[in-house]
Design a binder for this molecule. Structure first.
Ligand code: SAM
Ligand code: SF4
Length: 315
C-alpha cells in the first residue's frame, strides 16, 4: 500500500530478538541487555499473523534481523512460516555470521534467499575491539558457509567509523575479488549507543573513493551507489543514510521483537501490535504505514529521535 506521502511500502524488516552473541560498540551496551520475558516477545504464531497481514497490505519482501536473528529459538520455524506466506516473494536475513556455519544449510532449506553479513574489519584485534566478544575467524567461516549453502549473493555490510576501522577500506574491498560477494559501506548513524559519540567517528563515505580511486561507478541498486574494481566480480556499495537522505524513496517499515511497528527508523513513533489480531491488527498496521513520517532530520548533526538501541530495532 501507499503511505500518506505516496510512497509504495513493500518491504518489512522484522526483528525476531533483541539478544545477540556479540556486543558491537555502536549497537549494544557492553553488559548486554536484559532478556525480555518470553511473553513480551512475539511468538512464532504472532510473527506469522503479522507477516500474513503485512502481505495483505502489499508487503512482498521480508528481512529477518535482530539483535542476532540466529540466536532466536525457533528461527527455522519462523523462516518457514514467513517464506510460506502467500504474497511474500523474498525472504532475506541480516546476521553477524558467527552462527552461519551451523545454520546456513537449514536457512536455505527453510526459504531464506540470501544473507547480508555484518563485518566491519578483517583485522582480528580490531574485530574483537568492535564486537567486544567476537572472533573474526567465526565470522569468516560464516561467510564461507553462506556461499557453500547458496545463500547468494552474499552482501557484506561494513559500518565505517573514523579512527576505528577506516584502515579497513582497502582490505574489505578486496573481498569483492571473490565470486558472489558484494561489500557495502554504510555511514554510521547517531542512534542509541553511539548517539553521543565524538563527531570524529562519523566519517563520510567519500573516504572510500578517496582511498581507492580506481573504483569505477557502475550504477545504483536501491539506496546503494555501486562501484567496481576492474576485473573483480563483486561490487562495492556506498550507503549514505544521513547525507544522501533517501527518505523520499523509503519503502520499508519495521517490527520490533516486542511487537511494535516502527514506521521510521529515526522517529520515536511506535504502534503497538502485540495482542491485536484479525481486523484490529490490520487496521493498526494500515494506520502505521499510512502515518509514516516524511523524513528524518539527522543531516544537520542531530541525533536520532528513536528511543531504542539498534539491537532492539534491527538496523
Ligand atoms: N546482528 C545482525 C547483524 O549485526 O548483522 C543483525 C542486527 S544489526 C542491528 C543490523 C545492522 O545494523 C548491522 O549491519 C549493523 O552494523 C547495523 N548498525 C547497528 N548500529 C548502527 C548504527 N549506529 N549505524 C549504522 N548501522 C548500524
Ligand atoms: Fe549484535 Fe548486530 Fe548489534 Fe553487533 S550490530 S551487537 S552483531 S545486533
Amino acid at each position: 500500500m501507499k503511505d500518506g506521502c505516496g510512497r509504495e511500502i513493500n518491504y518489512l524488516r522484522l526483528s525476531v530478538t533483541d539478544l545477540c552473541d556479540l556486543r558491537c560498540i555502536y549497537c549494544m551496551p557492553e553488559s548486554g541487555v536484559k532478556k525480555l520475558d518470553h511473553t513480551s516477545i512475539l511468538s512464532v504464531e504472532e510473527i506469522e499473523e503479522i507477516v500474513r497481514t503485512a502481505a495483505g497490505l502489499g508487503i512482498t519482501k521480508v528481512r529477518l534481523t535482530g539483535g542476532e536473528p540466529l540466536v532466536r529459538r525457533g528461527i527455522d520455524e519462523i523462516v518457514r512460516r514467513v517464506a510460506g506466506t502467500p504474497g511474500i516473494e523474498e525472504v532475506a536475513l541480516t546476521t553477524n555470521g558467527t552462527l552461519l556455519p551451523e545454520k546456513a544449510e537449514m536457512l536455505k532449506a527453510a526459504g531464506v534467499g540470501r544473507v547480508n553479513i555484518s563485518l566491519d574489519t578483517l583485522d582480528p584485534d580490531e574485530y574483537r575491539f568492535i564486537t567486544r566478544t567476537g572472533n573474526l575467524a567465526d565470522a569468516l567461516r560464516g561467510i564461507d558457509a553462506a556461499l557453500d549453502a547458496g545463500l547468494t549473493p552474499v552482501k557484506i555490510n561494513a559500518v565505517l567509523m573514523g579512527g576505528v576501522n577506516d584502515d579497513q577500506i582497502e582490505p574489505l574491498i578486496e573481498l569483492t575479488k571473490r565470486e558472489n560477494i558484494h561489500v557495502r559501506f554504510i555511514e554510521i548513524m547517531p542512534i542509541g549507543e553511539c548517539a553521543g559519540w565524538n563527531k570524529a567517528r562519523f566519517i563520510g563515505l567519500g573516504e572510500v573513493t578517496k582511498r581507492v580511486p580506481e573504483l569505477r561507478p557502475v550504477g545504483t541498486e536501491g539506496v546503494a551507489e555501486l562501484y567496481r574494481k576492474d576485473g573483480y566480480p563483486g561490487t562495492v556499495g556506498l550507503i549514505h543514510p544521513i547525507s544522501s537522505h533517501f527518505c523520499p524513496d523509503c519503502n520499508r517499515v519495521r517490527i520490533t521483537p516486542d511487537g511494535t511497528m516502527k514506521p521510521c527508523l529515526h522517529s520515536s513513533g511506535e504502534i503497538p501490535l502485540k495482542g491485536l489480531h484479525g481486523a484490529e491488527l490490520a487496521a493498526a498496521m494500515r494506520g502505521g504505514i499510512f502515518g509514516k513520517p516524511m523524513r528524518h532530520y539527522l543531516e544537520g548533526g542531530a541525533s536520532s529521535d528513536s528511543v531504542r538501541n539498534m539491537n532492539a530495532i534491527g538496523g
